[in-house]
Design a binder for this molecule. Structure first.
Ligand SMILES: Nc1nc2c(ncn2[C@@H]2O[C@H](COP(=O)(O)OP(=O)(O)OP(=O)(O)O)[C@@H](O)[C@H]2O)c(=O)[nH]1
Ligand SMILES: [Mg+2]
Length: 239
């Protein structure tokens, strides 16, 4: 499952000039980053700023329904500085390397999304290929738990962090539950290792073998037969 983390994308006028050329269209994009969080907190605003594209932004929940996908550039010091060499890579400007990443801005969440509230959480499928998720939070507390505008500082943003992460876990658990019986039978029949069976089955979600191994080990589930897993095993694994 994707790693939950906070990262910041840097933007400069140089990137803007670069994006105005056609060069970026031929660039191979490595990492995919998903933007998720409560409805109406500024996901699309961040997406628009980071990708320099114009998307729909409004001050009410569920403005975004279909995902916005674009390219943003993370900047870092280029290796040419360290090795003191000259080169003509268009992604390097004066020793600053602009690394293209694919950014995916999905619809917002509200509590109970896994039960179909708001737009539900199926759209997290759109972000399933992301290796990193940026959780966008309205830290000013000016949107209530449903994403409606309220006075600044009247809502505790910690509640948003908690529920959105829980909804993400519910989403992953629902996928696990859907596939678990089939996976159990397959593992029983083919005698493949649990860690390999899970990794193969959920590779479409960006699941990596080392992540699966680490989680199973930490939970003491490495040797437990999948058909003996109970609901709490699935919940802990999803988290
Ligand atoms: N004050 C302030 N307003 C912001 C900021 N970022 C976004 N907004 C405003 O918040 C409102 C919602 O912004 P969006 O970017 O549409 O939010 P979203 O999370 O994509 O919303 P949904 O797609 O509906 O989930 C808009 O009125 C934005 O102008 C910010 O950093 N500060
Ligand atoms: Mg949006």
């Amino acid at each position: 499952m994707p790693v939950k983390t906070n990262i910041w994308l840097l933007r400069t006028s140089q990137v803007k000039n670069f994006c105005n050329t056609n060069m970026h269209k031929t660039i191979i994009v490595g990492m995919q980053i998903g933007l998720f969080g409560k409805a109406n907190v500024g996901k699309s605003t961040f997406f628009s700023a980071a990708t320099q594209t114009s998307v729909k932004i409004e001050n009410f929940p569920f403005t975004t329904i279909k995902p916005n996908v674009g390219i943003a550039y993370v900047n870092t010091t280029c290796a040419c500085k360290h090795f003191k060499i000259e080169h003509s890579n268009p992604l390097c400007m004066s020793g600053i390397r602009f690394i293209p990443v694919k950014l995916i801005d999905v619809a917002g969440l509200v509590p109970g999304a896994h039960e179909g509230k708001g737009l539900g959480n199926q759209f997290l499928d759109d972000a399933r290929q992301a290796e990193v998720l940026i959780h966008v939070v309205d830290i000013s507390g000016s949107t209530d738990i449903q994403g409606q505008s309220v006075n600044v500082g009247t809502h505790d943003p910690r509640e948003d962090i908690k529920f959105a992460e829980e909804e993400f876990d519910f989403w992953f658990k629902q996928i696990l539950e859907r596939e678990w019986q089939k996976l159990s039978k397959e593992i029983e029949k083919t005698k493949i290792k649990l860690v390999d069976g899970i990794t193969d089955r959920f590779s479409g979600l960006g699941v990596k073998v080392n992540h699966v191994h680490e989680v199973l080990q930490n939970l003491g589930l490495l040797t437990k037969k999948p058909n003996e897993w109970d609901d709490s095993d699935l919940t802990k694994f999803a988290q």
